[in-house]
Structures are given as structure tokens and as C-alpha cells.
Write a protein of this length. Structure first.
Length: 325
């Protein structure tokens, strides 16, 4: 039997993203605890959102804030805000580090990951595939957002290339500065939903966050310029934080990522490269690497012109990286 959370007559918890998934985790003895959603993670402290606004969470002794992510739900004492425990996550975006560095938590309980790229020198299919595998493995819905269409010779061609990367993938082309951008993304930004943005520096993530938050509201993120020589941007977001969107949902911006190392994302790659995944059972050998083996159905598809060899090469590279080889 699950407990009922603290009184929520205004529906604030639902607007903040509270759902049956979290409700069902509450034990009867936790009925008086206060559900809070983490909106910022600092080195030694956490802040969270409640119906009364942002509060500092009182942390138990020896708490490691690195174990928490923006978007997490925690339960706390109503009077002292002393945290009792973190609820299980519905989704978790986490970035593997190279070498022996610990895994970095990016964001929790995200419904949609907006993968932002611009229609200039930043557009890169291999990089987009990395972000898609990242989103798939986390259990979030990926949406590719192409910005700066005004600088592209043929934005429609780029949109078609991006949409072909994964079945059922939504691709939206927009001007991050325009009010129309919020309209185009409204389907993913409604009441109680949570989106996160990822992408390289200078693609317009912070500008898009400001647009989604709403003109006339406090602008949560600074925006930076782009170097003319290589179309690369300057980092303007230095930490993750949760912001209310005008459409009723919540947005998490993340710092620009120059490289995204993938590890143990086999399921994410299977979804991304579904055409290869589905051919594999027809290979002669069960452990076929789709590289040189006789009777390989994947290589046969390449020879028949049904599978792009560049796509297969990128699959091999990501598979090797995912397995830590």
C-alpha cells in the first residue's frame, strides 16, 4: 500500500513532474514527508523546488552530492528539510568518462532529450548518432533540433539526413531566437513534462532555453557568440539547472559537450542502428562482427547497396567504444 504525498491542493507537484511512478514508491510511514525536486546540484549542497519556492536541502552526514542529479525527486522532513531518501529514477542521463574517472550524472527523470545542432559546420552525423545512443540508453525520447537554418544553403537536406538516422525520429528546424521556436517544440514541453538540452557549444542551446522559458521572464542562461573561423561557440552554461517553461513543463540546460564517450550502451545502439540489429540474426555466425566473416547478412546488404558502408563503419566504432575495447 502506497502513501499519499503531502497535500497538493494547487496541483504543484503534478506541474513539477510528479507522476504515479513516484507515488507508488512511497511507503505508508512516509506520508508526512515532503516531496522535493532537485533543481541544482552544487559541490556541497543541493537546492530543490517545493510549492513555497526554492529551498536548500539539509543533507545527512557523509552525503555525496555527486550521487544526485538535477531532476531527481527526494523526500524530506517538512519542518527541517532534512533529506530522508531519493526516489528511484524513471530515466537517467549519465555521461561515461574516459579512463578511471567516475561516471557523471547529467539529469534525471527527463522525458525528452532535445539534441541541438546547428545548420553550419557543427552539423555532424556521427556526433548526432552519439547523442541518440546516449538518449536511447537513458530511456528518454530523442528529438533533434536544428538551429540557425538561416545560414544553411539547404536546411531541408540536413533535416532529411538527420531524420534518417533512427526510425521514428522527430527532427525540428527552427530559429532558437524566435517565439515560433517554442510553438514548434510545444508538443514536448507541456504541463509536467521535463526536457533536457544537449549539444556542442555555440549551437544555440542557451538561447533556446531562454526562448522556452518565455520572453519577459527572467532569462536563466547567458548567451555567447560564435567564432567566425570555425563556427565553434564559447561555453556559456557552466552548470545544470531546472527552469520552468512558459508551456508548463521544465527544461534542464547542460554545459556544451565537446566529446561524448559512450560505454555500455548496447541497447541504445541496437535502437539507433535497427537496420543492422535486424539483419544480424541472418548472419552465419552468432558472434559475427560484420567486418570480414563469410555469410554475413550485414555485409551482403552493403554489397547490395541496401546499407550505407559509412553507417556500418560508424556502428563498428561505437560498438567497440561501448564495449570498452
Amino acid at each position: 500500500m502506497t502513501a499519499q504525498p503531502a497535500q497538493d491542493g494547487s496541483g504543484f507537484l503534478r506541474r513539477l513532474g510528479w507522476a504515479p511512478f513516484f507515488q507508488h514508491q512511497l511507503a505508508a510511514e512516509e506520508s508526512e514527508l515532503l516531496p522535493l525536486r532537485i533543481d541544482a546540484v552544487h559541490r556541497r549542497r543541493l537546492t530543490a523546488l517545493s510549492e513555497t519556492g526554492q529551498i536548500d536541502v539539509e543533507l545527512p552526514v557523509h552525503t555525496d552530492t555527486g550521487d544526485y542529479a538535477v531532476g531527481d525527486w527526494v523526500l524530506a522532513e517538512p519542518s527541517t528539510h532534512l533529506m530522508r531518501r531519493r526516489l528511484d529514477r524513471r530515466t537517467l542521463l549519465q555521461r561515461s568518462a574516459e579512463g578511471k574517472k567516475p561516471t557523471q550524472l547529467v539529469a534525471a527523470n527527463v522525458d525528452t532529450l532535445l539534441i541541438v545542432a546547428s545548420c553550419n559546420a557543427d552539423f555532424n552525423l556521427a556526433r548526432l548518432e552519439r547523442y541518440l545512443a546516449f538518449a536511447n540508453e537513458a530511456g528518454t525520447e530523442p528529438v533533434i533540433v536544428l538551429t540557425k537554418a538561416d545560414v544553411a544553403e539547404d536546411a531541408t537536406a540536413l533535416e532529411q539526413q538527420a531524420s534518417a538516422l533512427q526510425r521514428g525520429l522527430a527532427v525540428v528546424t527552427l530559429d532558437a531566437r524566435s517565439e515560433e521556436a517554442a510553438t514548434k517544440l510545444h508538443a514536448w514541453c507541456g504541463l509536467g513534462s521535463t526536457v533536457a538540452l544537449v549539444g556542442s557549444s555555440g549551437v544555440g542551446k542557451s538561447t533556446l532555453v531562454n526562448t522556452l522559458v518565455g520572453l519577459g521572464r527572467r532569462q536563466p542562461q547567458q548567451t555567447g557568440s560564435v567564432r567566425q573561423g570555425d563556427s565553434k561557440g564559447r561555453h556559456t552554461t557552466t552548470s545544470r539547472s531546472l527552469h520552468a517553461m512558459a508551456a508548463g513543463g521544465w527544461v534542464i540546460d547542460t554545459p556544451g559537450v565537446r566529446s561524448l564517450h559512450l560505454r555500455d550502451v548496447g541497447q541504445g545502439l541496437d535502437t539507433l542502428f535497427a537496420e543492422i540489429t535486424e539483419l544480424a540474426p541472418a548472419c552465419k555466425f552468432r558472434d559475427c562482427s560484420h567486418d570480414h566473416e563469410p555469410g554475413c547478412a550485414v555485409l551482403a546488404a552493403v554489397a547490395a547497396g541496401k546499407l550505407d558502408p559509412k553507417r556500418l563503419a560508424r556502428w563498428r566504432k561505437l560498438q567497440t567504444e561501448s564495449r570498452g575495447k
